[in-house]
Design a protein around this ligand. Structure first.
Ligand code: KG4
Ligand code: ZN
Length: 334
């Protein structure tokens, strides 16, 4: 009998539940996005997010269990994201998971959201050969991580200011394209010229760290000076600048650490141009590229269940008095 884990994800603005068998076989994955609730405010409003999680979580869990046709009493564990994220949102998922564990008499596993993003690749490539370099780029984080073994990570570098997804969202807001910005810029950039404007590539002097706030300012200044520029050209040129630094730094990390492959993770990993460039450099360097499907790059609970399965095997269940930790980082899980 396989180990089935119910994963629960409520760290930001997606309410998600999934059932995954043996860390990779996705039996169900339900994601209810709150994007429409937050769009009018141009970003996630924490109070609205936690209230929406309260309303949505039970039906989302119910659907995930129904689609997977599992008896909850037979689950190997319920795994929930305990951090990092918005405290009010995290508490909804963590409290629900603990209550279900008590009712069904199954173990609880607390999962680090960043570790879950790393595990998205294992859903589709369970035998992925380590070590790999993971480029993790989301709305809140941007980092290059060397994954040496399961549960063993070295954060080689990270952003010193904005996350890559945050830069997409801020530039999209400035250009009047709405929220979230990543998917809109991705679409629009397909009709634009990526070499129309040469925007700055941040932090060339630091091998693995990123900076995106200067780029955002540069886009604003340039567009104010040249209002005649086509929005698609600005979008394509901005996207090219982000993708250039992300790929260059991950490529260098992979070469210098002797990694077997490059893995993309986090919402920005859904970006078409980033995926295209990552495939190109990996082919050129004779390295494998692991690109999780787009729905597994953005926040979902299948990746939480996958990471939970590995955590359960390595450390056993998490005590029920474990707290939600809004500022959890990756290093603390080593
Ligand atoms: O991982 P995620 O779903 O949530 C966080 O943990 O932050 O990432 C959301 C971020 C947003 O900033 C969004 O604009 C960005 O990922 N994103 C994209 C694309 N799809 C989502 N950025 C660039 N291109 C995309 N196609
Ligand atoms: Zn995320």
């Amino acid at each position: 009998m396989s180990d089935r884990i119910l994963g629960i994800e409520t760290s930001c603005d997606e309410t998600a539940a999934a059932v995954v068998a043996d860390g990779h076989d996705v039996m169900s994955s339900v994601v209810s996005s709150q994007v429409d609730l937050h769009a009018t405010f141009g970003g996630v409003v924490p109070e609205i997010a936690s209230r929406a999680h309260v309303e949505l979580l039970n039906p989302v869990i119910g659907r995930a269990l129904l689609e997977a046709t599992v008896d909850p009493h037979g689950l190997a564990a319920v795994a929930a994201t305990v951090g990092p994220g918005l405290i009010g949102s995290l508490l909804v998922g963590v409290s629900a998971a603990k209550a279900l564990c008590l009712a069904w008499e199954v173990p609880f596993v607390g999962v680090n959201h960043l570790e879950a993003h790393l595990y998205a690749a294992f859903l589709e490539e369970p035998d992925l050969e380590l070590p790999v370099v993971v480029l993790l780029a989301s709305g809140a984080h941007t980092m290059v991580v060397l994954m040496e073994a399961h549960g063993r990570y070295r954060v080689l570098g990270s952003t010193i200011d904005d996350a890559a997804g945050e830069a997409f969202d801020k530039v999209a807001r400035f250009l009047g394209l709405g929220y979230p910005g990543g998917p809109v810029i991705d679409r629009l950039a397909k009709d634009g010229d990526p070499s129309a404007v040469r925007f700055p590539r941040g932090l060339p002097e630091r091998p693995y760290d990123f900076s995106f706030s200067g780029l955002k300012t540069s886009v604003v200044t340039h567009v104010r000076k040249h209002p005649e520029l086509a929005v698609a050209d600005v979008a394509a040129s901005f996207q090219e600048a982000v993708v250039d630094v992300l790929v260059a730094k991950a490529r260098r990390a992979a070469a210098e650490t002797g990694a077997k492959g490059m893995v993309l993770g986090g919402g920005v990993a859904a970006n078409s141009r980033l995926r295209e460039r990552a495939l190109e450099v990996c082919a050129a360097d004779g390295m494998r590229a692991f690109l999780p499907s787009r729905s597994m790059c953005t926040d979902n609970a299948a990746m939480v269940a996958a990471a939970g399965w590995w955590r359960l095997k390595a450390d056993g269940p998490t005590p029920l008095d474990a707290a939600a930790e809004p500022s959890l980082n990756l290093a603390t899980t080593v």
